[in-house]
Write a protein that binds this ligand. Structure first.
Ligand SMILES: C[S@@+](CC[C@H](N)C(=O)[O-])C[C@H]1O[C@@H](n2cnc3c(N)ncnc32)[C@H](O)[C@@H]1O
Length: 357
């Protein structure tokens, strides 16, 4: 592992990640929702990306906004959990502005020879070298304005074009139409607070940009056009629709039930009143496509609760058995209905760029 503390072209936007240091080091961060609801979606995103990378015994990865190196951890975990037999040798470079998180990354990944962490700014310091995978996770691109994101993605398209390769780009951002912040749906950029961090330090407001499918597709298409690049394939994924971390804080929607807390209890086999888990009314401010989606999701979600409540067999089960069974049903509904519309906590685009020949 090499930690490269180059001077970035611009300074950190805020010290927003000071409490994040405790959070990323905390074992409580990986709650049941993260491991059973969110990581499977993350793994599907990674798998979709890796299936597009040319087959090889090695995989070069640029993790943009890498923080403490979660992308590297996820890639390794993907291989472990999905028991992939052909494990490519990963050469990994992380780029981030936050020195504290980079130091944590260095401590966490110190035994991995092929990992480097670079101090730099997404907006100015993207390297020109070839990478098979331009990864992002944990919504780093949402720190950028729409114009900055388009400019950064233009740099990626330009690098792939210059290198005449096939590469995959994962763009991970916050979803505009998450239930966690219904009252903010009318704005694309607003002061966000990561008050879910597992830390005694108070989180501060940070301006973040929120994306729906149309906006993100347009931004990516324009970036490709700017660089004269070619999009060979594009897929979008929603992650954490009913159970985003701000359902537990109530920070931006105090009327929403604390679904994440309740689902964590269910998954852990604690007793939960199923009525507390019922879906809310479909928000009237939702655009038509998102409204139709929520209507379908909420119907199927409530059907699972109704079926569990009506079933003598389930009601007689101890909470330790019945709870996880109901949670599994709810989880299946969320995983089945994730259309990549920007209706979850995060929205990810997997973009295949092919500039060979
Ligand atoms: C929520 S964290 C995600 C970190 C990591 N990818 C993960 O999944 O845990 C977002 C990261 O983006 C980084 N970031 C924000 N703006 C940046 C910029 N302009 N250049 C580089 N990194 C940036 C932050 O420092 C932070 O580490």
């Amino acid at each position: 592992m090499r930690n490269v503390m180059a001077t970035p072209s611009s300074s950190a936007p805020t010290d927003a990640y000071a409490p994040g240091l405790d959070h990323y080091a905390s074992r409580h961060r990986r709650d049941a929702v993260k491991t059973l609801w969110e990581e499977p979606v993350t793994f599907s995103i990674l798998q979709a990306a890796l299936s597009q990378v040319p087959k090889s015994t090695s995989l070069s990865v640029m993790d943009i906004g890498c923080g403490a190196g979660e992308g590297l951890h996820l890639l390794r975990a993907l291989h472990a959990t999905r028991a992939l037999t052909e494990l490519p040798r990963i050469t990994y470079r992380g780029l981030d502005l936050d020195e504290g998180l980079l130091r944590l990354a260095a401590r966490t990944h110190h035994e991995e020879d092929d990992a480097e962490f670079w101090h730099g700014d997404i907006r100015a310091d993207l390297p020109e070298d070839h990478f098979d995978l331009y990864l992002s996770c944990g919504v780093p691109y949402s720190h950028l304005t729409a114009e900055e994101l388009q400019a950064a993605l233009t740099q990626v398209f330009a690098a792939v074009r210059r290198n005449r390769t096939r590469s995959v780009l994962v763009v991970d951002v916050l979803g505009r139409y998450s239930l966690e912040w219904v009252s903010r749906w009318d704005r694309a950029r607003w002061p966000y607070r990561m008050s879910f961090f597992q830390s005694s330090q108070e989180a501060r407001d940070v301006p973040m940009t929120f994306w729906d499918a149309g906006g993100l597709r347009d931004c990516i298409r324009q970036a490709a056009r700017n660089a004269g690049g070619r999009i060979a394939r594009q897929q979008l994924f929603d992650r954490s629709i009913m159970v985003g971390r701000h359902t537990a804080t109530g920070q931006f929607n105090s009327r929403l039930a604390p679904y994440r807390t309740l689902v964590n209890l269910l998954e852990d086999g604690a007793a939960v009143a199923l009525d507390d888990l019922r879906a809310p009314a479909v928000p009237e401010q939702a655009p038509p496509v998102q409204r139709a989606f929520f209507s379908q999701l909420f119907t199927q979600w409530n059907d699972v609760l109704d079926a569990a409540g009506a079933s003598d067999r389930v009601r007689r089960l101890p909470a330790a058995v019945g709870g996880p069974m109901v949670a599994r049903g709810l989880r299946a509904v969320e995983h089945r209905l994730s259309p990549g519309l920007g209706v979850g906590h995060s929205l990810s685009a997997v973009v295949t760029i092919d500039e060979r020949a």
